[in-house]
Design a protein around this ligand. Structure first.
Ligand code: SF4
Ligand code: SF4
Length: 167
């Protein structure tokens, strides 16, 4: 087995606990039916950007390699387009699986290091929980506080979008 991340932090018992909790949920139960045909990876428009394809994610989950999966960029790149689900011969809800994994990664502090998507996602979830809806300007402000060096580039994009009446 090739590990994606050389700096493992979880003890095997901790990985087993995470794995057990994942497979007790609805998404985990569905994953058991995967036949590893690879149609999901072949259909995914983001597969070329992912460090693990969707098929590989399911394979690692079933083998108990929770840390590899939870630390991967893949779970943050999924845009829930449903292309994989539409074509999966077993009807496995891969987008739901990715969602559950994102929440688990945040809850257990395992989100991919040095990658900004988890911060955006966490802001999104916090607003949804607190306010029942998400404001794009609040989301952008929260992101700006965490990553101030990104803001000049984002502001110029926002101005261009405003000029074209896209926001
Ligand atoms: S398409 Fe469905 S059955 Fe095939 S590898 Fe992907 S999840 Fe598994
Ligand atoms: S839902 Fe996610 S994993 Fe499935 S094809 Fe779309 S981006 Fe890829």
């Amino acid at each position: 087995m090739r590990f994606l991340h050389s700096h493992k932090t979880l003890e095997p018992e901790h990985q087993e606990t995470l794995s057990r909790s994942f497979f007790q949920g609805r998404a985990g139960k569905e994953v058991q039916h995967c036949i590893q045909c690879g149609t999901c990876s072949g259909s995914c428009p983001l597969a070329g950007e992912m460090d693990l394809g969707p098929r590989r994610v399911l394979d690692l989950l079933r083998d108990g390699f929770m840390e590899d999966v939870l630390r991967s960029r893949t779970i943050w790149l999924c845009v829930s387009c449903n292309a994989c689900l539409t074509r999966c011969p077993r009807g496995i809800p891969v987008p739901d699986v990715m969602y559950v994994l994102r929440v688990m990664a945040l809850e257990h502090g395992l989100a991919c290091r040095g990658y900004k998507m988890p911060d955006v996602y966490q802001g999104f979830l916090r607003q949804g929980e607190k306010r029942g809806r998400v404001s794009e300007s609040r989301l952008a402000a929260g992101y700006g506080l965490l990553h101030p060096s990104d803001m000049p580039g984002r502001l110029s994009l926002a101005l261009r979008l405003l000029r074209r009446r896209r926001i």
